[in-house]
Design a binder for this molecule. Structure first.
Ligand SMILES: [Zn+2]
Length: 429
């Protein structure tokens, strides 16, 4: 958990800044290094802002109140072009308005409180205990999103000349449909970033990829009959059971990637249909959650399931599910639930600069990791092909769990790293 990371005290950072000043050859670097620290007042304001975000519930499609609070803060701290787009994403900029574009990307929505009885603290209480802020979304990922906004403030306050802009994008509906908000920004709002940094939790390490995700619905067709004469029917539950065992076998034989590891397959839902509880079911449906490793795609995943159906000789068909909803601004859309895997090369300049930014700011070398879960990167990197990485405060194990929390000190550090990375990518060199 983030609390185990080595933490610097304020004196440590000041001494480090002094050393950098002494060793730096260029004036701009001296300014850069010495100013990249949130002031005591900034830290206080960032904490207040993050507590407010956690106190405002924002389940997917109901992000309106959080969006209002985000816009208010962006305007208060002096970001420019603050606006909400057609689907409800909130965006703001820092920089000269031309040149290259770095997107800091976070999501405003959270999952629901899944097991209220398991929480020992109020999920919307924003309690702070021993430097940890508790609440739904604190780790996934209001902490990272607030840090990005304050990273942009730090960058603006540095007064450095930049060769491009930073756009902070706070997107909607990431939890049910990762990449949807970013797709709207890029394809419909015309924002074309050269790089994307995703603020999902990495414990201040650098993520350079993730497995993808495909959701499938498999429907088995049977024949109804009176349950007193089952031999006259064709029980769709029995046929589905054979398929489920076949899928369990398939799950153990999936392709493996050296970096991302193997794909995964799980049957996550089942539903049967019969005219009554004393009739033979004529239809049975299951949902398959399929995690895709690098090199796996929709066609391959569907073909594997179709081979199981053919082998068992069952009347069934499988297709990719669709996600259909309306955003809090009234934007309707429908999309197939396929989210591709992606990996950025370890020697890509974005990864190299991110590692350097962490080393310089936190005085430690970050681990290079991949996420087990899916993120907005499924679209930005997986579909749009924009170099993307992940960096954020918080331990991913705390996401979607009771007593979710994030280390406030790590939120402050993340803000400083975002600013430093932006200067590395856009600074006057
Ligand atoms: Zn998240």
């Amino acid at each position: 958990m983030s609390g185990n990371e080595p933490h610097l005290d304020e004196c440590g950072i000041s001494a480090y800044n002094l050393l950098l000043k002494m060793s730096s050859k260029r004036n701009s670097e001296v300014i850069t290094m010495s100013r990249l620290k949130l002031s005591r007042q900034d830290r206080k304001n960032l904490k207040t802002f993050l507590c407010d975000l956690v106190r405002l519930p924002s389940p997917s499609t109901e992000e309106g109140a959080v969006a209002e609070r985000v816009m208010e803060e962006m305007k208060r701290i002096g970001l420019r072009d603050v606006r909400v787009d057609r689907i409800g994403n909130v965006i703001a900029r820092v920089g000269p308005g031309s040149g290259r574009l770095l997107m800091l990307n976070g999501h405003m929505d959270t999952v629901q409180v899944s097991d209220p009885a398991a929480w020992t603290r109020d999920p919307f209480g924003a309690e702070v205990v021993d430097g940890m802020l508790y609440g739904l979304g604190s780790c996934d990922m209001k902490g990272g999103m607030a840090a990005m906004i304050y990273g942009a403030k730090l960058l603006r306050d540095s007064g450095l000349t930049l060769n491009g802009d930073v756009v902070v994008a706070c997107v909607v509906q990431e939890e049910p449909s990762e990449g949807l908000g970013s797709r709207v920004l890029i394809e419909e709002e015309g924002i074309r970033p050269d790089w994307v940094v995703l603020g999902e939790p990495t414990n201040l390490n650098v993520s350079r990829g993730q497995r993808g995700r495909l959701e499938m619905r498999l429907v088995t067709h049977g024949r109804s009959a009176h349950a007193a004469s089952p031999h006259l029917g064709d029980n769709a539950i029995y046929s589905t059971a054979r398929l489920v065992f076949g899928l369990e076998l398939l799950a153990g034989q999936l392709t493996e990637d050296d970096f991302l590891g193997p794909g995964a397959l799980a049957v996550t839902d089942i539903k049967s249909y019969a005219s009554s509880r004393n009739a033979i079911p004529y239809r049975c449906e299951i949902v398959i959650d399929r995690r895709l490793t690098l090199g796996e795609n929709e066609t391959k995943a569907l073909a594997e399931v179709q081979r199981v159906i053919a082998r068992e000789g069952v009347r069934a068909d499988v297709q990719v599910t669709e996600y259909e909803t309306e955003s809090y601004t009234g934007y309707r859309h429908r999309t197939r639930e396929f989210y591709p895997a992606w990996v950025l090369a370890e020697d890509h300049p974005l990864v190299v600069n991110a590692v350097q930014a962490v080393r310089e700011q936190l005085r430690r070398r970050p681990q290079i990791i991949h996420w087990e879960f899916s993120t907005e990167g499924a679209y930005t990197a997986g579909e749009a092909g924009i170099p993307s990485i992940g960096f954020g405060p918080g331990d991913a194990c705390r996401a979607h769990t009771a007593d979710e929390h994030v280390c406030l000190e790590d939120v402050y550090r993340a803000a400083e790293v975002y600013a430093r990375l932006a200067i590395k990518l856009l600074g006057d060199s």
